[in-house]
Design a protein around this ligand. Structure first.
Ligand SMILES: *Cc1c(COP(=O)(O)O)cnc(C)c1O
Length: 412
């Protein structure tokens, strides 16, 4: 059996350990929720000060040019691209994941207009906003489009057929942490004549992603989760060069115009990835995304993945050893090839137990039904953190030190 000392030794040998100093984490907190809101990079505070005081306060509107505000979505997209197997000129950081998904889906279904294909395939277990956006688009198109909800990953392949226009999937499931085989599913979808849209919300910065290697068609994702961009920071959208010439969507705002400052009355779409933009960006929030991205340039997704798997393996092993007498059920796949970077355990009082954990400084979160979700972010989580988190969980469960009547906040 492992001891806490064994884990301190692992921490001493961990090549990623020094990166923790690049984050500002409060004393006494073990933060296991970087899959929902990443921790704050130290440099974000100075960056915010610079944007607010110098660029906005002093340089005022000149900053659109002098501080590069106008090009920021593309510059950040280029910096993010290597993390997802994309190249320059294919990614912009803009809008929200929901809105980007709408644009990508609209562009993808448009390709099918004349093919008679009218089905968007996704999973019932997908993150709800993804399903809602697809349903909203299908309803709006009013052309026979429908969203097919597949009940289990095992039924996915058989659900993709000659009626399928688009397969829209989230790479890592937000509840269970299950990881899809992007390459195999994309190849199968293409063999059936369908396009793929991948949501990388729980993948970007968490697991290695190779969009080009998988020959995926479109992708979107968050920057406020594993990429540590800050609360509500803008999302990203990827359109590979081979799809850009025919990429069009209904949100034809002026930022997607070929000459926005010509102020013409007619819309002429710009060439390249700029056509995925719509309107003016939230520059203060957008600028902070850079603080998160620059940290990834000090390591590799390979190193992040090695440590992520070691952390999640360790967490599962310790919970199963030390909390064996409690009714915990693992919802996350054990196979590495099927696991993202978070681990979920079901417990009949999952919500109350998670509240007790948070009160004692172990911050995870809760997802219906009864799942306690623990995110493992190799940039700032240590092996000893895993030990300490499990020890606090064990104490709470052994002592029944949780309040099953705990009131729920608006956000769980
Ligand atoms: C977090 C998450 C979102 C969030 O979308 P927003 O538009 O930023 O609210 C969407 N989809 C998935 C799969 C997510 O995990």
């Amino acid at each position: 059996m492992k001891t806490r000392n064994d884990l301190l030794k692992l921490d001493a040998l961990d090549p990623l350990a020094p990166l923790r100093d690049l984050f500002d984490l409060p004393e006494g907190v073990i933060y296991l929720d970087g899959n929902s809101l990443g921790a704050r990079p130290n440099s974000a505070l100075a960056r915010a000060g610079q944007v607010i005081a110098a660029e906005w306060g002093h340089d005022l509107i000149r900053s659109w040019n002098t501080a590069g505000w106008f090009d920021l979505p593309k510059r950040l997209g280029n910096r993010l691209a290597p993390l997802i197997g994309a190249v320059e000129g294919e990614v912009v950081v803009t809008d929200t994941t929901s809105v980007n998904l709408f644009k990508a889906l609209a562009a993808a279904v448009q390709v099918s207009t004349n093919s008679g294909r009218r089905v968007i395939v996704t999973e019932r277990e997908n993150f709800p906003t993804d399903i809602y956006m697809a349903q909203g688009l299908a309803r709006w198109l009013d052309d026979g489009y429908q969203v097919k909800l597949v009940d289990s990953p095992a039924q996915l392949a058989a659900s993709i057929d000659a009626d399928t226009a688009v397969v829209m999937l989230t790479h890592v499931n937000y509840r269970t942490g299950r990881l899809h085989d992007m390459q195999a599913i994309t190849a199968h979808a293409h063999a059936q004549g369908a396009l793929t849209v991948w949501d990388l919300a729980h993948s970007a910065g968490a697991v290695p992603v190779d969009l080009h290697g998988a020959q995926a068609d479109f992708a979107v994702g968050c920057t406020y989760k594993y990429l540590n961009g800050g609360p509500g920071s803008p999302a990203f959208i990827w359109v590979p060069a081979r799809h850009q010439a025919h990429f069009s969507h209904p949100l034809t705002g002026w930022w997607g115009h070929a000459a926005p400052f010509a102020m013409a009355a007619d819309f002429t779409q710009v060439k390249g990835i700029g056509r995925a933009l719509c309107g003016t960006q939230p520059i203060v929030s957008l600028a902070l995304v850079e603080s998160g991205l620059e940290i990834f340039e000090q390591t590799s997704m390979h190193a992040v993945r090695q440590k992520s798997l070691a952390l999640t393996d360790l967490f599962i092993e310790l919970v199963e050893q030390r909390c064996a007498s409690h009714p915990l059920t693992l919802a996350t796949p054990r196979a590495h090839a099927e696991r993202g970077s978070h681990v979920s355990f079901g417990h009949p009082h999952g919500y109350a137990v998670m509240q007790a954990l948070i009160e004692r400084g172990v911050i995870g979160d809760y997802r219906e039904p009864s799942l306690m979700r623990f995110g493992f972010t190799p940039l700032y989580t240590s092996y000893a953190d895993v030990w300490d988190a499990v020890e606090i969980l064990r104490q709470i469960l052994d002592d029944h030190a949780y309040d099953t009547a705990a009131a729920r906040g608006a956000v769980t």
